[in-house]
Design a protein around this ligand. Structure first.
Ligand code: PFF
Length: 450
């Protein structure tokens, strides 16, 4: 079964596609605005803690399941635990991926609009207030954001129909280093701004009084969202890994680079926020108002901002591709559809729900569920509830239910050094006790059950 499956061709390619899935709007758009709303340094500290304590072991768990079965998230559990209720994890993953891609595509659509706005020099508007009004009137209008959402999904479609190894690997190999480079340039610019010190203090100095149960829940949700974790995306990608890929190393590199990009985004955003007297807790629009203000204060602003939004758009694309691939692999392997038909179904569902999310800033803004717009609800439900729940079940499954020899086989592959054995013990300890207990506790407190 595994031999006729598509596989990623090089070691760099494997890391690039996994990092490509992880690095995206979650790091550059979501992390700064969540950190801004939830106390800066305290949020970052908690986020880091969750990434290393829970994130890395659960990435390994998804990799083990994916490479061992060579299957999508639903089939994988059916193969490893036939007839047992573990199969439900597959459905949780599918539902999460549908919810996330819907609101994610809206923000990716904003980045496309901003490519053109950058190229036009933001129509000559340079003031912070002017840029704020520009964003506001765009996001609350109906047809433009909705149209961009659909156009973005069309780009997604064009890569997906060509298949995993041809499209994704090539885009990711070039994109990731380019994105990294441009972020470093912006970080240097931001650090030379007058209020750089205040910005850095906000991001790096934790104020423990700001830690509330909902901040802890938010930081855990952000860790899962940013690592593309808990919904089987990494199970699906690992099903395309070859035998030589080191799962633990790939997990470590992915988590490390992912956090690095998020921190870099924070280093870019917060000095500017304080320099321009903006509100760090502005919410989803934060990045779209702060970044143009930074660009307008740089020489060659049109070049830099256009390039940045192009890279951000591409980074979003490599992330949505991995979300869609969860559904496409499922539809092909479980429902017997061809690649084109499966892609049609996945993209059409995303487009329908995506347009609703886009309108939730405009004419559907009055539609509230638990006080949240559809956009906010999809994000909260997927990131803070479904992903950690999926992650908890995946860690319990690999920790307690999966045969230990499968774990050893996937992580040791013949080289039984003491160091490797110690690493496996640490991972298993986290999967059995630390990760499930942490997630459960955060749920109980964060959701106010306790
Ligand atoms: N990790 C991506 C980001 O930070 O932008 C978002 C994401 C991608 C979530 C793929 C889930 C997923 F399956």
């Amino acid at each position: 079964m595994r031999n006729d499956k598509a596989q990623f061709s090089t070691r760099i390619g494997v890391v690039a596609v996994t990092v490509g899935s992880a690095v995206g709007l979650g790091n550059i758009w979501r992390f700064p605005f969540e950190a801004g709303m939830h106390g800066g340094g305290a949020f970052l500290l908690l986020n880091l803690l969750f990434v290393f304590l829970i994130g890395i072991p659960v990435i390994c768990a998804e990799f083990i399941i994916g490479r061992n079965t060579g299957s999508n998230v639903r089939t994988a559990f059916r193969k490893l635990a036939p007839g047992e209720p573990w199969g439900a994890v597959g459905y949780i993953g599918l539902l999460s991926s549908v919810l996330i891609i819907s609101f994610y595509s809206v923000v990716a659509g904003w980045t496309m609009e901003y490519i053109f706005r950058s190229a036009s020099g933001f129509s000559g508007v340079h003031s912070v207030a002017g840029l704020h009004d520009q964003f506001d009137s765009f996001a609350t209008s109906d047809w433009r954001p909705a149209l961009w959402t659909v156009i973005f999904l069309l780009c997604n479609y064009l890569i997906l129909v060509r298949g995993v190894e041809k499209g994704i690997e090539k885009v990711s190999n070039v994109l990731m280093p380019a994105l990294f480079l441009i972020l470093i340039i912006f970080a240097v610019r931001s650090l030379t701004m007058p209020a750089a010190r205040e910005g850095l203090e906000f991001l790096f100095r934790p104020d423990f009084q700001k830690i509330t149960p909902s901040v802890v829940l938010g930081a855990m949700g952000q860790a899962f969202f940013s690592l593309s974790l808990g919904l089987g995306g990494l199970i699906t990608y690992a099903s395309y890994f070859n035998r030589r890929t080191s799962l633990v190393r790939t997990a470590g590199i992915t988590a490390g680079l992912d956090m690095l990009v998020a921190v870099l985004a924070g280093v870019i955003i917060f000095p500017a926020v304080f320099t321009f007297g903006m509100e760090p807790a502005a919410g989803p629009e934060l990045v779209f108002e702060v970044l143009p203000s930074i660009f307008c204060n740089m020489t060659g602003s049109i070049f830099w901002s256009t390039l940045f939004f192009i890279l951000l758009f591409l980074a979003s694309l490599t992330s949505t591709i991995s979300m869609s691939e969860i559904q496409i692999a499922y539809l092909m392997e479980e429902k017997g559809m061809g690649r084109r038909k499966a892609t049609n179904v996945a993209v059409l569902i995303a487009a329908g729900l995506g347009v609703l999310c886009a309108l939730s800033f405009g004419s559907l803004s009055g539609l509230r569920v638990f006080g949240m717009t559809l956009f906010g609800l999809f994000d909260y439900l997927a990131s803070n509830i479904l992903l950690p729940l999926g992650g908890m079940l995946i860690s319990l499954f690999v920790g307690w239910r999966l045969k230990r020899e499968i774990v050893d086989n996937e992580l040791l592959y013949g080289r039984k050094t003491i160091f490797r054995r110690m690493v496996i013990c640490a991972i298993m300890f986290s999967l059995r006790y630390v990760a499930p207990a942490c997630i459960l506790l955060v749920f109980l407190f964060g959701l106010g059950i306790f």
